[in-house]
Write a protein of this length. Structure first.
Ligand SMILES: [Zn+2]
Length: 375
């Protein structure tokens, strides 16, 4: 069962509150100490929260290894060799038609916390699961519809699922013959990821906790195709990459977003920021020039002297985007979004082999239109 109680500091109590603490302990399991890596045993573990502003992590430790602590704003290591994960398999009944399912608890002793708009802390899954195509149960989950970001391999006595996004984790589990036959027949396996289940517990508790996680939606699901049985959709660039298309009547700029500022900056600072975000391998940068001299609000462009890549600095309401522009500009005489999309489609395909992006309109300014796409 999830950790019964933890030692907390007054600051943890103050920051998380009773509700936040309950949320955290519901998702943590007392397996190994995240300081020394040895089993936590039966003593009450210390809770340590590292608040990194964008998100926080909560982890369990021996009392003798760490005292309960709320750490503000500095990282103590994100790559945790001490973290345990557990994988289990079962046949999940779906409308009288059971599917082989691999259930993964990706981190027993440590979870990521995110502060919601209402200031409540919620446990969140690592973003590489959603980048791989996993979704919560509900309308967006389609049974038997293969995701592009993971692949499954069957051996004689096990199944292994590998995510196709960094850090490319693999989850493997020994198989019963029936499970294996069904995965082979259906050419895939259902992958379920949640911190609410211990897949190594007894079968009754396992299915009960899994049922709770499925009903509450605190789980991510995806149908993972067996290796070689599924051709991913048209290549739309690395998952999670955002693309920007900005056009004026005289010029278009399109490409992947490399970085964005968290706040508005004056132009000079924005340029310094952009320079710091571009790899020194690109060599020196030429001087920044307006993308469209007739429409200064459109942004700025430069070229690297070594790789001859174009970088565009685009102002928007909340800050700046640094975009790797695939051309110096182009698409002269654009008059509608559809013309701009057609031009961008050609550039993307020719310059980087990317097809199938769906553009959605962003903010409009006089003379400047911006569209966004995420594969
Ligand atoms: Zn320890």
């Amino acid at each position: 069962m999830a950790v019964a109680s933890v030692l907390v500091s007054p600051q943890i109590q103050d920051q998380l509150g009773d509700e936040g603490l309950a949320e955290v302990t519901r998702h943590l399991w007392p397996a190994d100490c995240q300081s020394c890596g040895k089993p936590l045993g039966s003593q009450r573990p210390s809770l340590v929260v590292d608040n990194l502003e964008v998100f926080a992590t909560a982890s369990l430790h021996h009392q003798r290894c760490r005292t309960p602590q709320w750490n503000q704003g500095h990282i103590t290591g994100t790559n945790q060799p001490t973290l345990s994960f557990r994988v289990g398999g079962l046949m999940l009944p779906i409308q009288n038609d059971p599917r082989p399912m691999l259930v993964v608890n990706p981190g027993l002793e440590s979870v990521i916390l995110n502060r919601q708009d209402d200031q409540r802390w919620k446990v969140q899954h690592n973003s590489y699961f959603t980048k791989a195509g996993l979704v919560p149960p509900g309308r967006s989950f389609v049974v038997d519809h293969p995701i592009d970001g993971a692949v499954a391999r069957l051996t004689t006595d096990s199944i292994a699922v590998t995510l196709q996004v960094a850090p490319f984790p693999t989850y493997e589990c020994a198989l019963e013959e029936h499970f294996r036959q069904e995965a082979a027949r259906l050419k895939g396996v259902l992958l379920g990821v949640t911190h609410l289940v211990d897949p190594w517990t007894d079968p009754h508790t396992f299915t009960r906790d899994l049922d709770t996680a499925l009903r509450s939606g605190e789980m991510l699901l995806g149908w993972v195709p067996l290796h070689g049985t599924h051709t991913p959709a048209p290549r739309t660039g690395p998952p999670g990459t955002h693309y920007v298309l900005r056009w004026t009547p005289h010029c278009g700029i399109v490409g992947p977003v490399l970085a964005q500022t968290p706040k508005t900056l004056v132009q000079r600072k924005a340029r310094n920021w952009a320079k710091s975000m571009i790899s020194p391998d690109e060599g020196t940068l030429m001087s920044w020039e307006p993308i469209d001299p007739k429409v200064p609000e459109a942004g700025w462009i430069t070229m690297s002297t070594l790789s001859a890549k174009f970088f565009a600095l685009l102002p928007h309401a909340e800050g700046w985007y640094l975009v790797q522009a695939l051309t110096r500009g182009g698409g002269r005489d654009l008059t509608t979004d559809n013309e701009a999309k057609a031009w961008a489609g050609q550039v993307l395909q020719i310059k980087s082999g990317i097809t199938g992006l769906e553009w959605r309109p962003g903010p409009q300014q006089p003379g400047v239109s911006t569209l966004y796409a995420t594969p």
